[in-house]
Write a protein that binds this ligand. Sequence first.
Ligand SMILES: [Zn+2]
Length: 152
Amino acid sequence: MTVSTSPAVEGWFATDDAPALLGSRCSACGNLVFPPTAAQAFCRNPACSGEQHEPVPLSRTGRVWSYTDAQYQPPAPYITTTDPFEPFAIAAVELPEGIVVLGQVADGYGVADLSVGDEVELVVETLYADESGERTIWRWRPTGATTEGEQA
Ligand SMILES: [Zn+2]
């Protein structure tokens, strides 16, 4: 058995030095969606009859649109990495592309570190590890920049 590091979900994000989420763009109307669809899929824009999509890396930074604290353990297929369950923060982040993407907040950060409008950047962290290696997921890490340019 080989031990390796790989994404917990295949094809949703790139894991190189500058990790980015991968969306799908309709080749007919340019409609952008995340999570990515299959290359051959009907466009979700009801006014478009496009059926071809291409993968596009999305912006690596966005603004906090909303956030919450997961105080209770989510149901399966959620995998607990701590026993007992430790609450974690979830942020809905609006990307410049106009898409809102949910994600956990980076290790070491909680709701106390978040405000609506704050800038966050995408990082890739370990979600869990099993006998075959580490599985990674994207998370949002506050950059310290705020909307109005005020001090955080
Ligand atoms: Zn389309």
